[in-house]
Ligand binder design. Structure first.
Ligand code: DGT
Ligand code: CA
Ligand code: CA
Ligand code: ZN
Length: 577
């Protein structure tokens, strides 16, 4: 079955409504799509499955034409009517839909009255006087639009780690499999495990540089060749991602790997350290008077400068060079050390797979426990469970657990933190769960102080084991909401509340830049994939990379502990943890 989500259905209907409106179609028609979108958004059952099975006829407000379109979309993944409609407009128009705070009404006014159909045109209009003549486009609105454009520009040309990783590994393997390639790595921000990347920096050692650069430029994924020389090439892939390749000799490889891994800031420090020792360091070798150190591996290069080898994730000039000099680099956590995870969804809320299927997938991954934390009732858009359904799930989990040896499901809940910091379930119910993840899913726009107080109130609850996706950010899509992270970390330390590292590549929240501080205050993290389908348990790999980037060790990560240890830990009152 195609991978169609409720969101896809909703957005497609909304986009159709807007495009019909732009075409000047009859308002009744556009309203039918908009209403349909709202009904799909609010429907309590599995509307995607119903649409795929063509069983929408009993749902009030969705007429026959809409039923058929939803069926086509859900069962094939595309809707011909929608695609045809889109093709009637310039592609640049759809950029406008990505701007935060620019709704259909405004897009229509801009399009109809000023002929605007791209972000570039909108920006120009906002900087001129023309736009203020439109009703609804006062100085404040224009300011907001310009801020949204600025935000958008910050994001274009960047990619989330999770969206490039599979392709990156495919290309790397292809290079490694080439008979003339000795060694191959992806350097740059990818090797440093940055959460978003601008491009990929491939590096190979080979005796035939020109042959390999030619090979690279003929990859089937190539959309455009940006540059092609004897030792370097740059290509752009179908998805817009740029990939650079450098081909070097075996002798140069460790130097080039170090140099192109970066970061620039780390390298600047390293070169200055070299200079103090009378050495000059560049991307090919050391130069200087007298005997030069022999370098076969990156580690030799660092050793020559009096440093321990620095794991690439730490190379951001945030204290790693001093630590490498003083023998104080942390022994970083590894993916293989994870024994379980806590924040995952099933078909009971908005997940795609059942409890039993999720459990089986976790066992296949070699995990000892899988925590289920489906949404709570206030998250109605995600089909959150009420008290009764949650009680039913607790029973089902305990029944399933009888069938496992050496594995257990844990019953949790991803309970909504309401606007005032109270929780969506009362303490009596929360006490029946093994643990609880508390998250914000609504009212994102509070002032920082209020949002911080809201989260603190939740953390002060004895039953809140951990905070979910701390800032609500969606990388390259939605900014984090305003929250004082320092205060949250201090409160987590005080209340012994765990802070999740949400491993979904859209989130990777809390941000890696905070973890060093958190762990120094004794705050534990849990690496949680927030899986909404069995295959998303694999997100743990991204979480492990970002945990390493945040200087976290095995002991800082709760889910490196065994099932028995976790059970004992959960039995303790928070103050004893
Ligand atoms: P990004 O923006 O996600 O691609 O980040 P990086 O770090 O991969 O940056 P990129 O691709 O421009 O360059 C890869 C590495 O090459 C960078 O981390 C350090 C090195 N590098 C590139 N340009 C310079 C430079 O002008 N000075 C120094 N010191 N290093 C550079
Ligand atoms: Ca790069
Ligand atoms: Ca690059
Ligand atoms: Zn959530």
């Amino acid at each position: 079955m195609p991978d169609v989500s409720r969101d896809t259905l909703v957005h497609t209907l909304e986009e159709i409504a807007l495009l019909l409106e732009l075409k000047g179609e009859n308002p009744f028609k556009t309203r039918a799509y908009r209403n349909g979108a709202e009904i799909v958004r609010q429907h309590e059952g599995d509307i995607v499955a119903l649409a795929a099975a063509n069983e929408l006829k009993d749902i009030k407000g969705i007429g026959e034409a809409l039923q058929q379109k939803l069926h086509e979309l859900a069962s094939t993944g595309v809707l011909a009517f929608h695609q045809k409609l889109r093709a009637e407009f310039p592609a640049s128009l759809f950029e406008l839909f990505d701007l935060q705070g620019l709704g259909p009404k405004k897009i229509k006014a801009l399009h109809d009255q000023l002929g605007i159909s791209s972000i570039a045109e909108l920006k120009e209009a906002c900087q001129g006087a023309e736009i203020s003549k439109l009703s609804g486009f006062g100085a404040k609105t224009v300011e907001k639009i310009l801020a949204a454009i600025e935000n958008h520009e910050k994001f274009v040309g960047r990619f989330r780690l999770g969206e490039v990783a599979p392709l990156a590994e495919t290309l790397l393997k292809r290079l490694r499999d080439h008979p003339a390639v000795n060694r191959a790595e992806i350097a740059g921000s990818y090797r440093r495990s940055k959460e978003t990347l601008h491009d990929l920096d491939f590096l190979v050692s080979t005796s035939d540089p020109a042959g390999i650069t030619s090979f690279f430029t003929t990859f089937p994924e190539v959309h455009e060749i940006i540059a092609h020389g004897d030792t370097k090439a740059s290509i752009r892939l179908e998805n817009g991602l740029q990939c650079d390749l450098r081909a070097v000799s075996n002798a140069h490889f460790p130097f080039a790997l170090q140099y192109f891994t970066g970061s620039k800031e780390h390298n600047v420090e390293l070169r200055s350290l070299a200079r103090k020792q009378g050495l000059s360091l560049n991307e090919y070798n050391f130069t200087g008077d007298g005997d030069l150190p022999e370098v076969h591996e990156e580690a030799d290069l660092y050793r020559a400068l009096g440093l321990a080898w620095v794991p690439p994730e730490l190379r951001e000039n945030r204290g790693e060079i001093a630590a490498a000099r003083d023998g104080k680099l942390p022994r970083l956590v590894e993916l293989s050390q994870l024994r379980g995870t806590f924040h995952n969804h099933t078909t009971a809320s908005d997940g795609k797979d059942t409890l039993a299927e999720m459990a089986e997938a976790a066992r296949q991954l070699g995990l000892q426990y899988l925590g289920i934390a489906d949404h709570s009732k206030s998250s109605f858009q995600a089909n959150g469970l009420n008290e009764e359904r949650l009680a039913g799930q607790i029973e089902e989990i305990s029944r399933l657990n009888k069938s496992f040896e050496d594995f257990a499901l844990l019953s949790g809940s991803e309970v909504d933190i309401l606007k005032d910091g109270s929780l969506d379930f009362d303490d009596h119910l929360l006490a029946q769960l093994d643990y609880c993840v508390a998250s914000v899913h609504s009212v994102f726009n509070l002032p920082e102080e209020e949002m911080t107080a809201r989260l603190i109130r939740a953390m002060e609850n004895e039953h809140v084991t951990m905070l979910g996706h701390l800032t609500g950010r969606l990388l390259l899509r939605r900014d984090p909401y305003a929250v004082n992270v320092e205060k949250i970390i201090d409160c987590a330390a005080e209340t012994r509340t765990v802070i999740e590292l949400n491993c979904n590549p859209w989130r990777l929240d809390m941000d890696w830049r905070w973890w060093h501080r958190a762990r120094d205050r004794g705050v534990l993290t849990a690496l949680n994939p927030d899986a909404h389908a069995t295959e998303q348990l694999q997100f743990l790999a991204f979480g492990a990379r970002l945990a390493r980037k945040g200087w976290l060790r095995r002991e800082d990560v709760l889910n490196t502990r065994s099932l028995a240890e976790i059970r004992a830990w959960l039995d303790l009152p928070k103050s004893k943890r």
